[in-house]
Ligand binder design. Structure first.
Ligand code: PA5
Length: 449
């Protein structure tokens, strides 16, 4: 269901380094399984795929159906781990031009609360004003500012449009089982709710209702997604050197220790853009702490070969690539022959587009390896719910192992609080002292004037 090819990466390290890194990865896997490492109160994601029951799936599907009946647009509100998983899976599985498909029967899923864009929210309200809409609001803490602002605005519009009593049937909340402002609001206003388990952190929550409800609303097979993850959970539980999560964590850390401080996740399929964004959060927020960690970056090839290709080929050598390859496309399209051949493309006439893409991938791999960039290759057979579920779980498991190899707690994110403290102080939130910040801002203004 997933292949991992390390030949063009292990050639950059010695056999001893590779052996030592794999041994360390296997130890980290033991720590993860024993629940004896840092952040061990947030390991609920490990067995999550096996604990999602058919009854859970059916209650999510029922809620999705209820929410979408006669509805044209469902707004999913959330940020970070309460946004990226659903966005990634929906993008990966959707028709590229879903919004324009004739005779479309399912509502369009759009997102809000992942930014503080006044234009973004105003333009969304403009669209919702003339369409039948509903909303899923997702926040584990129930207090995150960006989704709270978006929900206040969308909720007001729904209530003004449909009346408070009817609006409540158009809102579902996904939040902590007992704590937080969103839980209180949902209880008071009578929304249907789904709970996020206490021991599952945001960026590991795509297989909880955080991801599964929006994905079901978008019409995708959440049972197959969970099955893919469950099968991958078995594969990545193996205590041996064939375990792909162990190998991926081991190669990342071995390269990091050789000065490769940046990992570029490269995809060759336009539907994988947000999967890359999800991966960036998973690894960035899990590993970037104590002034350590690989910086996760992402590019969409071949498009970005025309913007980032030069750097990757000949820039600083402190990076490695992980190429994410979808091995077969769901559609078939051949390049037609042209009598005039003015574009000189007849040499590829009759070939499938995917064959050209595969050759671009192979050619890039060879060029980048030649240029001194180690390349890890991850392949999935096709883009379907089962394969994507497996891929998500693979990355999660490898992230847990890799974070322990690095020596950090992969399951917290203390650094995310710093900007919030400043923002609250600057906005005058009660209890936040802004005097020192105002002094710095004044000083900055003086210097730039
Ligand atoms: O991974 C994480 O924990 C974070 O990215 C959170 O998901 C994000 O900050 C949103 O938090 P919440 O769901 O509490 O609104």
């Amino acid at each position: 269901m997933l292949t991992l090819n390390l030949k063009t990466a292990t050639s950059f390290i010695s056999a001893e380094q590779w052996k030592a890194s794999r041994e360390k990865a296997l130890k980290a896997l033991d720590t993860l399984d024993a629940g004896s490492g840092k952040g061990n109160d947030f390991l609920g994601w490990i067995h999550l795929p096996d604990t999602v029951t058919p009854a859970d799936i059916s209650s999510l599907q029922t809620a999705a159906k209820k929410l979408t009946d006669g509805v044209e647009i469902v707004v999913v509100i959330g940020i970070g781990g309460s946004y990226l998983g659903a966005k990634a899976v929906i993008e990966a599985l959707s028709h590229s031009f879903a919004a324009l498909l004739p005779g479309r029967r399912r509502p369009l899923v759009v997102f809000a609360g992942q930014n503080i864009g006044e234009d973004y929210l105003s333009e969304l309200l403009e669209i919702l004003d003339t369409r039948s809409s509903a909303c899923i609001v997702i926040s584990k803490s129930g207090t995150t500012t960006e989704p709270a602002i978006a929900f206040r605005i969308i909720k007001k519009q729904l209530e003004e449009k449909y009346g408070k009593a009817a609006a409540k049937n158009r809102i579902v909340a996904v939040t902590d089982q007992s704590r937080g402002a969103l839980r209180t609001l949902a209880a008071q206003d009578g929304y249907q709710t789904f709970a996020i388990p206490d021991d599952v952190g945001g960026r590991f929550s795509v297989l909880t209702p955080v991801g599964l409800l929006p994905i079901a609303v978008a019409g995708f097979d959440i049972a197959a997604l969970v099955k893919g993850a469950a099968d991958m959970a078995k594969i990545t539980a193996e205590k041996n050197i064939d375990n792909p999560a162990v190998n991926y964590a081991a190669i990342r850390n071995a390269l990091y220790n050789q000065g490769k401080k940046i990992e570029v996740l490269v995809n060759y399929h336009p539907k994988m853009h947000y999967l890359t964004e999800w991966w960036k959060q998973l690894y960035g927020e899990s590993e970037g702490k104590e002034h350590k960690g690989i910086f996760p970056a992402g590019v969409d090839f071949t498009g970005d070969l025309h913007s980032m290709g030069q750097y990757l080929q000949e820039g600083e050598r402190g990076l490695f690539e992980t190429a994410l390859s979808v091995e077969s496309e769901n559609n078939r399209l051949e390049i037609p022959s042209d009598e005039q051949n003015l574009d000189q493309l007849n040499f590829i006439a009759g070939k499938r587009i995917s064959e050209c893409n595969n050759m671009a991938e192979l050619g890039t791999l060879l060029a980048h390896v030649d240029g001194g960039v180690p390349v890890v290759r991850i392949g999935i057979p096709q883009l379907d719910a089962y394969a994507v579920g497996g891929l998500l779980y693979f990355f999660e498991k490898a992230c847990g192992i890799s974070g322990y190899m690095l020596g950090v707690n992969p399951f917290d994110q203390p650094g995310v609080e710093a900007y919030k403290k400043n923002m609250f102080a600057l906005l005058g939130k009660p209890g936040y002292d802004s005097s020192e910040l105002k002094r710095i801002v004044d000083e900055l203004n003086e210097r730039t004037n």
